[in-house]
Design a protein around this ligand. Structure first.
Ligand SMILES: *[C@@H]1O[C@H](CO)[C@@H](O)[C@H](O)[C@H]1NC(C)=O
Ligand SMILES: *[C@@H]1O[C@H](CO)[C@@H](O)[C@H](O)[C@H]1NC(C)=O
Ligand SMILES: *[C@@H]1O[C@H](CO)[C@@H](O)[C@H](O)[C@H]1NC(C)=O
Ligand SMILES: *[C@@H]1O[C@H](CO)[C@@H](O)[C@H](O)[C@H]1NC(C)=O
Ligand SMILES: *[C@@H]1O[C@H](CO)[C@@H](O)[C@H](O)[C@H]1NC(C)=O
Length: 567
């Protein structure tokens, strides 16, 4: 869900300067040292050297194709895993992002099924984390300028970041055999299979894989926990700020989006075959660039292309039921699980509406039509829109004032992320045989994915803000140098510290609480009786219970669910 980041990409690298600069340093890095080489099951990979934040050497193998280029006849087809490579693979540079709107030559290409592997030592057996990137299933990538390894690789771990097909090219689902759907998720499965075959040669333990994801990636992580295709491919899971179980049911197809896409590119819409045949003649760039016109109200709904519940057309199916039903059906691959959200998530959407007269007027004059789009409401949307207006805006129309910034910001946050995360945590704690930990990220540091338009300072813990500490997001934010006196630097140590603990022993708490940089003492898992969560902020790291209970009560009333029965 990263249109913001895309905008940031556009702004930061609009001039080519930042990239030019970087190239100069990169190319010259350690000219005497020979580049690292790994001989793995599927092939031989030539990498490059990088350095972690605290100066450890990192072997970086980037841009590795894990599935055949999904082009030509392979477009709209399930991925084909790469099991051998003819020659030595040049893995010294990032591959392109999958097609999406991009500016000023930022690399985007349909031949995008690539992954990056970063390791401290390919002679060891280190815990592995595979990270699934955010971006609403239609944007962003796993490239090293957004998910740089320098923070996590202060620890002895292997990090794998992956791309998967996005938008129309990844999630086209016509409800029949022509496009059964979920190709983007099947790409992720292929990447996990590649990791199982090859990661030992990079120093990773294939039996100690943590699957982590953010937003759309978090949504994906949970689906891998119930998919018949993903069983046994990972051993711990982290879902941050995204859930497939919310007020939005998983659709059986998204034919209306296929039709919308076809119309945008002047394709016929009378049959699935006609749509697919015509879209196969369009360039990936045309398809990627048309994304902005797929939305209905500004950039809403945030979740548009979605995973779907696949009917059986003879294909291998990724998702065969509603996720909640799968959980109660005993199809959950229980693993130790961390579930999280940030305090303010999508609060910045309120600023967007209030700064844009068109959006403001539409939402003000036509709440009953716009609220269901913005907040992904289903069922009796008029009653539900009104209830939300009562609960969050005191029953008043939106106005250009601070009460609306607050109320509208909260309803956006809860609708897009918060309620789903709450629902996911409750369902998991009721059914998983493994522990579930929950945290709320409240920290506001030097950088944020949203800054106040007037003061240009961060004002909330926005969606994606915890990623700034786990990864080096060099495309958008200044580097965070090591310092005992900087809150941001300490937050890097805290976040990477508990990820590391969790990867190693399936528990985010330090084995030795006296280790430097590990601030919390006891973070208990949730229980059926107590919805514990850890606020991760500037100071307060005391465990609390029932995050945003009053707000989520409203959503529970609108969309009731018995967590024991999954219905
Ligand atoms: C983050 O990445 C940039 C670009 O590669 C690099 O210049 C910077 O040193 C990195 N930051 C850290 C903390 O390693
Ligand atoms: C306001 O939103 C509309 C609808 O998304 C968009 O077309 C327009 O460019 C926006 N205006 C400004 C000034 O951003
Ligand atoms: C709301 O107020 C701000 C600040 O005064 C102004 O910049 C913005 O244009 C206003 N929005 C609308 C929709 O009038
Ligand atoms: C954290 O709290 C300290 C002490 O209250 C304050 O000086 C500092 O500015 C805060 N830092 C952040 C990032 O909020
Ligand atoms: C913000 O950056 C400044 C300059 O690098 C640094 O001195 C300060 O400690 C940083 N603040 C936090 C909260 O890390």
């Amino acid at each position: 869900m990263l249109l913001r980041t895309l905008l940031v990409i556009a702004v930061v690298c609009a001039g080519v300067e930042c990239r030019k600069d970087r190239k100069k340093h990169h190319g010259d890095h350690n000219p005497q040292t020979t580049s690292p080489l790994v001989r793995a099951e599927s092939g031989t990979f030539r990498g490059s050297w990088m350095e972690s934040r605290r100066g450890h050497k990192i072997q970086a193998y980037r841009g590795i194709r894990y599935a055949r280029a999904p082009v030509g006849e392979l477009r709209f087809q399930a991925p084909v895993l790469m099991t051998s490579y003819g020659a030595e693979v040049d893995a010294t540079k990032d591959g392109p992002a999958c097609p999406q709107p991009s500016i000023d030559g930022y690399p985007v290409d349909e031949d995008c099924l690539r992954l990056n592997v970063y390791t401290r030592d390919n002679k060891k057996r280190l815990p592995v984390v595979v990270f699934i990137h955010p971006g609403g299933f239609y944007s962003v990538s796993g490239r090293s300028d957004i998910f740089g390894p320098q923070h996590l690789l202060d620890k002895e771990v292997v990090l794998v970041t992956i791309n998967y097909r996005l938008g129309t090219l990844g999630f086209m689902s016509t409800g029949d055999k022509y496009a059964p759907g979920n190709n983007g998720l099947k790409d992720q499965v292929a990447a996990l299979k590649w990791v199982q075959r090859n990661i030992a040669a990079f120093g990773g333990d294939p039996n100690l894989v943590t699957l982590a994801g953010y937003s759309a990636g978090s949504f994906s992580v949970m689906l891998h926990m119930i998919s018949p295709m993903s069983k046994g491919l990972f051993h711990r899971a982290i879902s941050s700020s995204g859930s497939p179980i919310s007020q939005i049911p998983i659709p059986k197809h998204q034919r209306h989006l296929a039709v919308r896409q076809a119309k945008l590119l002047n394709c016929p819409t009378d049959s699935s075959k006609a749509i697919i045949d015509c879209l196969k003649t369009k360039s990936a760039k045309e398809i990627g660039d048309s994304l902005d016109n797929m939305f209905e109200f500004g950039y809403d709904p945030v979740l548009m292309w979605m995973p779907i519940e696949e009917e059986d057309f003879g294909q291998e199916r990724f998702l065969i039921r509603q996720p909640s039903e799968s959980v109660c059906n005993g199809e959950l691959h229980s693993v130790p699980y961390i579930i999280s959200q940030t305090k303010d998530e999508f609060f910045w959407k309120a600023y967007n509406v209030l700064q844009n007269e068109t959006l403001f007027t539409q939402m003000h004059d036509d709440w009953d039509r716009v609220a269901p789009i913005a907040f992904s409401l289903t069922g009796d949307t008029k009653t539900k829109s009104n209830r939300l207006k009562q609960a969050y805006l005191g029953g008043k129309n939106i106005a250009n004032d601070s009460a609306t910034i607050d109320g509208l910001g909260k309803v956006y946050s809860d609708a897009i992320i918060g309620f789903g995360v709450h629902r996911l945590a409750n369902l998991m704690v009721a059914h998983s045989t493994q522990p579930v930990w929950s945290y709320e990220f409240t920290y506001i540091g030097n950088s944020s994915h949203f800054v106040d338009p007037v003061t240009e300072k961060p004002v909330g813990a926005a969606h994606h803000d915890d990623l700034i500490y786990l990864f080096n997001v060099s495309l958008s934010f200044p580097s965070i140098p090591v310092s005992n006196y900087s809150g941001d630097s300490n937050m890097v140590d805290l976040m990477t510290g508990f990820w590391h603990n969790f990867m190693v022993h399936g528990n985010p708490n330090p084995l030795n609480p006296a280790l430097p940089g590990e601030f919390f003492k006891v973070w208990p898992p949730m229980t059926k009786e107590h919805s514990y969560y850890l606020p991760i902020g500037n100071k307060s790291r005391q465990v609390q219970e029932n995050l945003f209970a009053e707000r989520y009560r409203v959503w529970e009333e609108l969309y009731p669910m018995d967590y024991a029965k999954c219905r």
